[in-house]
Write a protein that binds this ligand. Structure first.
Ligand code: GFB
Length: 283
């Protein structure tokens, strides 16, 4: 696996050189500019530009260098804000997107179309998967840029450590989100690389969702915090729900294995073991 510090996937020349030097046979295109709801709102140009450049360069070089198979990872935010739930793959492009992450979603939709076009015109064995909200060890715990789960883990932990009486939770607490543990997604990607070769995208979900309030309560229980949850409605809720229909993946023979509570515990344990590194705090 290459990290952005050693290879800038936005630079076509660098990507071409990487492919001619390393000659990869299988490509898992998971690299992306990602972030939570506020990061998407604040940095729309970076989210659309970086993701378009990354996917265009990697897909094109994979074609030029005869990669055997490529798996492109999108996101469930590609589906319309008010599409029927659970979200089916067929609902793609059937309605307006959630405004808070539309630039990112458009870039990811372009990635899907890239993969499908290279399959059609050049016969490339390129496939796409749409994972639901991911979390786990190695997550981004920056409170401005992170997704909700790592942000809440850090906020609740620091509230307990400091003796704060309340934790600030963005939004109303009413939106619903589905969460998939990162190891489950990794396993699903290998499974798809081995067992799927179709034109259509495949949703990779957990199968259940929770409200943000329920999530915050679960994090507080895992961390052992009994203070109050304060909901800050000056912050956006984003899309009301995005539970994916993962019947395609189930029919292929794959189901996730890590429950949300177990996943939160594993992630929290990793967070406290790496606290000084992920937060930059002097311990
Ligand atoms: O995870 P999140 O930032 O992104 O927010 P999305 C999910 C919900 O959690 C929103 C609420 O309703 C937030 O208001 N929330 C509560 C918080 N407290 C917090 C907090 O401290 N931090 C954050 N970040 N949220 C993302 C897209 O949408 O979904 C990405 O922006 C990507 O591009 C990802 O597609 C999968 O789930 O709303």
């Amino acid at each position: 696996m290459e990290r952005s510090s050693s290879l800038d996937l936005r630079c076509q020349q660098d990507v071409e050189k990487f492919f001619s030097d390393r000659k990869p046979e299988y490509v898992f295109l998971s690299a992306a500019r990602v972030g939570g709801i506020l990061a998407n709102e604040r940095y729309p140009a970076e989210f659309i530009y970086d993701n378009l450049m990354i996917e265009a360069n990697v897909v094109h070089s994979s074609f030029r260098h005869g990669v055997k198979k490529l798996l492109f990872l999108g996101s469930t935010c590609i589906y319309p804000k008010f599409a029927p739930q659970p979200l089916k793959e067929e609902s793609l492009l059937s309605g307006p997107l959630e405004p808070t992450n539309e630039p990112y979603a458009v870039a990811k939709i372009a990635g899907i179309k890239l993969v499908q076009a290279y399959r059609k015109q050049y016969g490339c064995r390129f496939i796409s998967a749409m994972p639901t909200n991911l979390y786990g060890p190695g997550d981004n715990f920056d409170l401005e840029k992170a997704h909700v789960l790592p942000a809440l883990i850090r906020k609740v932990h620091e509230a307990r450590e400091s003796g704060a009486g309340a934790v600030n939770v963005w939004g109303s607490g009413r939106p619903r989100r589905e969460f998939l543990y990162v190891d489950d997604l990794a396993e699903a990607c290998v499974f798809l690389m081995r067992n799927y070769d179709g034109d259509d995208v495949v949703n990779v979900g957990f199968g259940e969702d929770v409200t943000i309030r329920e999530l915050a309560e679960m994090v507080a229980a895992v961390v052992g915090y009994d203070g109050a949850l304060e909901f800050d409605v000056s912050k956006p809720d984003g899309t009301p729900r995005k539970l994916v229909d993962c019947s395609r993946m189930t029919a292929l023979g794959w189901v996730p294995g890590v429950s949300l509570v177990d996943g939160i515990e594993k992630t929290y344990n990793w967070f406290i073991e790496h606290y000084s590194v992920v937060t930059g705090a002097e311990v």
